[in-house]
Design a protein around this ligand. Structure first.
Ligand SMILES: Cc1cc2nc3c(=O)[nH]c(=O)nc-3n(C[C@H](O)[C@H](O)[C@H](O)COP(=O)(O)OP(=O)(O)OC[C@H]3O[C@@H](n4cnc5c(N)ncnc54)[C@H](O)[C@@H]3O)c2cc1C
Length: 464
């Protein structure tokens, strides 16, 4: 299959492709040529990235930038992922996101307890610090088009199945079966096949790629959100303010939110343990914010699963999972955009690096695990575990949620929280203040009647 050897590819000189080429259709594996060693054939490594959200777009950008022939398959390039759209401040610089893509710069973050005790959680923001809020349709389209400008080929289409090689060590390709999006004026798409050396599964929480390689399952939350256009005087309240609501009326085990966007607010909630009742909790968050959104018009209703923890297997053969497909969303905050983009980039760079350094001409499972997975776990596993623990301690009951809100009033807690959230780095605290914080935490929990198991968990946390 000459189309996949690209003997005269510009990649052989290390330059990215300038103009996208359509992949040839491959009818069946039996018609494929004998495997050819990639390097000896002087052709670039071929990668398919399934899913063009922040994870897939960032992976594709890194792969194409590293000289890999990259195909990015996205089923709905004009769609919008249901999402609150809050990102950490560091993501703007780290991913060179232009300022004009940001809808709102939130400098006020209010958290409200089950008894409606309101605490201004953002008092410790320093000048210039804020939480950028974006619409996902805007962010994702930008990231995809940047990947294209680096040389990735965007293939609008629905990935349907993956055919693995008969032997991984043979260098035989993976076959990606997908239905390319219908041409204008037609109803049905075209069944298509693409042969690649390596696959990145970035197709979100319902990942078909993960299923195809038996990566194992994870428990997930369901998140529900309404986008509500407010009258100008009501929108003024949310000019640069976001609100977080906790309480069993809005969620038994998560929180409800009001996040401001360009001309509307996103009002939503989530739960793991009571998914069938999600609409009841959405009614709960609506009731809590009723006076502030009255007169608003619902312009969109959306819902989507959120993974709760990483999958049992995130690299299988020459297939790597990133973003939600891998399960990279933190507990407690439900944050996943940054981790999706970061894992996509990390994985894409790892593949390109392995390929460029490789004297053996193959990208192996072991190399993917070493260069992507272990590096990821070293950097972020502690953060995921820590936030998991906090969620268990503080989201368990209304009393614990009251204690959480009380603690959020503490300026030291705020500084440490935002230092970690905004900059995605381990905040370095002062041990005397840390000790004081543990005391205040235990005190708040005790006052709220949360003794025993939770206090024991916190003690373990303090000892870590
Ligand atoms: C309601 C809600 C609110 C949230 N709010 C926030 C927030 O404020 N901040 C935050 O950081 N995180 C938030 N999250 C989490 C965040 O949305 C995800 O973690 C993030 O989108 C993960 O990015 P991703 O690229 O891994 O996956 P996705 O964004 O899900 O992208 C997957 C892409 O793959 C495509 N795809 C799927 N299947 C196929 C297929 N078979 N063929 C081709 N393409 C396919 C999809 O169309 C999609 O574009 C929220 C989630 C929800 C549900």
């Amino acid at each position: 299959m000459a189309a996949h050897l690209h003997l005269s590819s510009p990649f052989s000189t290390g330059l990215p492709l300038k103009s996208p080429r359509r992949p040839r259709r491959i009818p069946s594996r039996s018609s494929l040529p004998a495997p050819v060693s990639a390097r000896s054939a002087s052709r670039p490594l071929r990668a398919a990235v399934i899913g063009g959200g922040p994870a897939g777009a960032s992976a594709a950008e890194a792969l194409a930038g590293g000289g890999v022939e990259t195909y990015l398959i996205e089923r709905s390039p004009a769609g919008s992922k249901p999402c609150g759209g809050a990102i950490p401040l560091c993501m703007l610089d780290e991913f060179s996101i232009p300022a004009h893509l940001v809808d709102r710069r939130v400098t006020g973050m209010r958290i409200l307890s089950p008894s409606n005790l309101a605490v201004d959680f953002s008092r410790s923001f320093r000048p210039g610090e804020h939480i950028p809020m974006l619409r996902r349709e805007v962010l994702d389209a930008f990231l995809r088009s940047r990947a294209q400008s680096r040389g990735a080929h965007l293939l609008p289409g629905l990935f349907t199945s993956l055919e693995p090689p008969s032997s991984l060590s043979s260098g035989e390709p993976y076959l990606i079966h997908y239905t390319s999006s219908p041409a204008p004026g037609t109803l049905a798409g075209t069944p298509s096949t693409l042969a690649v050396d390596v696959v990145v599964g970035a197709d979100g929480a319902n990942s078909r790629v993960a299923r195809s390689v038996s990566a194992g399952t994870y428990s997930s939350a369901i998140a529900f959100q309404e986008r509500i256009r407010l009258p100008p005087e009501k929108m003024a309240h949310y000019e640069d303010l976001a609100e977080i609501y906790v309480g069993s009326d809005v969620s038994p085990d998560f929180y409800g939110w009001v996040f401001p966007k360009c001309d509307h607010v996103a009002v939503g909630t989530g739960t793991v343990m009571s998914k069938p009742e999600i609409k009841k909790y959405q009614a709960g968050i609506r009731a809590r914010v009723w006076s502030k959104i009255a007169g608003g018009e619902v312009i969109k209703v959306e819902a989507h699963p959120i993974p709760e923890h990483p999958r049992p297997r995130r690299v299988v053969g020459r297939v790597a999972l990133v973003g939600d497909a891998a399960g990279y969303v933190t507990k407690c905050s439900g944050e996943g955009i940054y981790f999706a983009a970061k894992s996509g980039r990390m994985c894409g760079e790892a593949i390109a690096r392995i390929w460029n350094d490789n004297s053996k001409d193959v990208v192996t499972e072991e190399e993917l695990k070493r260069e992507y997975l272990r590096k990821w776990d070293r950097e972020y596993l502690w953060m995921f575990r820590f936030l998991d623990l906090l969620q268990r301690v503080f989201y368990g009951s209304n009393a614990a949620k009251e204690a959480l809100v009380e603690l959020c009033g503490d300026e030291y807690v705020q500084r440490m929280t935002f230092e970690s959230y905004l900059y995605k780095r381990m905040a370095v605290g002062d041990w005397r203040k840390d000790l004081g914080l543990v005391w205040r935490t235990v005190g708040s929990l005790a006052k709220a009647g949360i003794m025993g198991k939770e206090v024991e968990r916190l003690r373990t946390l303090a000892e870590c």
